[in-house]
Design a protein around this ligand. Structure first.
Ligand SMILES: C[S@@+](CC[C@H](N)C(=O)[O-])C[C@H]1O[C@@H](n2cnc3c(N)ncnc32)[C@H](O)[C@@H]1O
Length: 511
């Protein structure tokens, strides 16, 4: 049974609001997403500049990837390099070496993976981070019911992910205690006594473990001479507070540990209280590899303080960045996929209400995305599915997540004017979902009449009054066909070029 979620005790003092927006170091830009291979992007960062690193790199166990990013550059690169676990480790090793370089000595590093390679990753990280800097293997129960252990399969259900937690080398590293609520059964069995004021307590040991060898002080308490776990002064204070007494059936003084003073149970390494994101969850963006915000918030709370710098070098749809922003940390994100970078930029705008704006960012607010391959030349070379995603998102539309079975539609625009309005309670549908315009994208130098004919068929079939076409250019025949279609049917096809989108000349055409 899943336990109640742990409460975080924020031990760091709250910094003034302005401090959270401050640039933490003149050497380092934060609130920035870099598009590119983290191996190249990390090379731009100085040594020892980051307080907390979380990474969740892809492994080809995740077949959902194919649905997630489709024919992306990321996926193709991934297929080539992850043919074997050794190839995966060989790929990750130089990236982890770079990550270890940019981590502060007082910092923490979390590597999120699963059973496929966690044991190889551990060996690799022991070599890179130092075996002595390994702190925990955290088991996150990411799934409730399991489809993996079906009838007929001869193994146990694989329910959990593994997070390997290392620190940067210093004995002193950032650590904020997190506590989980006490189990009611534990409270019943341990806090059985009640004092004269009706407060529940349990008797706890006061003797110093290891005696003199461990440096425990030796003195007399309530007539008993022994090695004690507290200094004489602390003991006197506890006695004054009425917390030290000899239990009715005992001979040695013991400590009264009160239930109402308990912070809970310090968080252990098995996390079964953070459910995975279900498709109906408010935070869900529909990507199967998206991790829950609560998981990232826990890690960030435990291993960083306000205004510290959090880095996610494989940041997907930006869960770590959103969590960091919510918790007043500085952050840096890196992802190789331009689509992922756009998705997370939208999320930061929508969820964190951060503005993506160069001037604002320079003034210490807002954020920026760097190194997106958005030039006509680069867009021409981009894998087709990435190109489609780019075009649809640039128009403010929602891309299709699959390539096959799209029925000639690469994305949909839901116009702002179609405000959400409930239809009859009987249908339970949202009326505005009926108001959408199809988007068709072709990564072609010149779209011809046959492409337009095909799109006209889509518009007629879907009974749409307006549709958008994106390409590098159009033949005269294609443009004449668009006019003729409008005169005949009253349906408008808006032909946009990549150049117009890049120059942001599209606003008037989208109106
Ligand atoms: C499992 S997803 C991360 C999901 C993320 N934790 C979240 O909650 O959204 C892995 C991400 O790593 C990115 N990626 C793969 N190889 C990369 C590389 N060499 N450098 C940077 N990002 C990479 C992929 O594009 C993908 O978005």
């Amino acid at each position: 049974m899943a336990r109640k979620r742990a409460a975080t005790k924020p031990t760091a003092k709250r910094a003034p609001a302005r401090a959270a927006a401050r640039r933490p170091s003149s050497l380092l830009d934060t609130r920035i997403v870099y598009c590119g291979d983290c191996l190249d992007q990390l090379a731009k960062l100085p040594d020892g500049c980051v307080d907390l690193i979380y990474i969740d790199p892809p492994f080809n166990s995740n077949r959902n990837y194919e649905v997630f990013w489709g024919e992306t550059k990321e996926k193709r690169a991934f297929e080539d390099r992850h043919a074997s676990t050794q190839a995966y480790i060989d790929y990750m090793r130089p990236r982890c070496v770079e990550l270890a370089r940019v981590l502060k000595k007082t910092g923490s590093f979390y590597y999120h993976c699963d059973w496929h390679a966690s044991h190889y990753v551990k060996v690799m990280l022991d070599q890179i981070m130092g075996e002595n800097n390994f702190q925990n293997e955290i088991v996150w129960k990411r799934s409730t019911a399991h489809s993996d252990a079906r009838q007929g399969s001869k193994h146990y259900g694989r329910l959990h992910d593994v997070l390997l937690f290392y620190t940067g080398g210093s004995r002193v590293f950032t650590w904020n205690h997190i506590y989980t609520p006490l189990d009611p059964a534990y409270v019943q069995s341990h806090y059985r006594r009640m004092d004269e004021h009706g407060r529940r307590f349990m008797w706890d040991n006061l003797t110093g473990p290891g005696g003199a060898a461990k440096g425990n002080p030796y003195y007399e308490v309530l007539g008993v001479r022994n090695y004690w776990r507290y200094s004489r002064e602390r003991m006197e204070q506890l006695i004054k507070e009425g917390k030290v007494a000899i239990p009715p059936k005992g001979r040695t003084p013991r400590l009264k540990r009160y239930l109402d003073e308990s912070k809970g149970l310090p968080l252990q390494s098995v996390w079964d209280d953070l459910p995975p994101i279900n498709s109906q969850a408010k935070e869900s963006l529909g990507y199967p590899t998206q991790k829950p915000l609560a998981l990232l918030e826990r890690i960030i709370n435990a291993s960083s303080n306000r205004n510290d710098i959090v880095l996610d070098a494989f940041c997907g749809c930006g869960t770590a960045l959103v969590a960091a922003q919510n918790l007043d940390r500085q952050w840096i994100g890196i992802d190789i996929s331009p689509t992922a970078c756009r998705v997370m930029a939208k999320r930061l705008r929508d969820v964190c209400k951060l503005r993506e704006d160069e001037d604002l960012w320079r003034a210490g607010r807002g954020f920026v995305v760097r190194d997106l391959p958005w030039t006509e030349e680069k867009l021409r070379q981009m894998p087709p599915f990435e190109f489609e995603n780019w075009a649809v998102i640039a128009l403010g539309g929602i891309p299709n997540k699959t390539q096959v079975g799209d029925m000639g539609i690469d994305g949909r625009i839901f116009p702002v004017a179609a405000a959400p309005k409930r239809r009859g309670a009987d249908t339970g549908e949202l009326e505005f979902m009926d108001h959408w315009y199809p988007i068709q994208v072709k990564q072609k130098d010149k779209v011809g009449r046959p492409d337009i004919d095909a799109f006209e068929a889509v518009m007629t079939r879907e009974d749409r009054t307006k549709g958008f076409f994106v390409s590098f250019d159009y033949t005269d025949g294609a443009l004449r066909e668009i006019d003729a279609f409008f005169r005949k049917s009253g349906k408008a096809i808006i032909a946009l070029t990549v150049h117009e989108i890049l120059e942001e000349e599209i606003a008037r055409k989208l109106a």
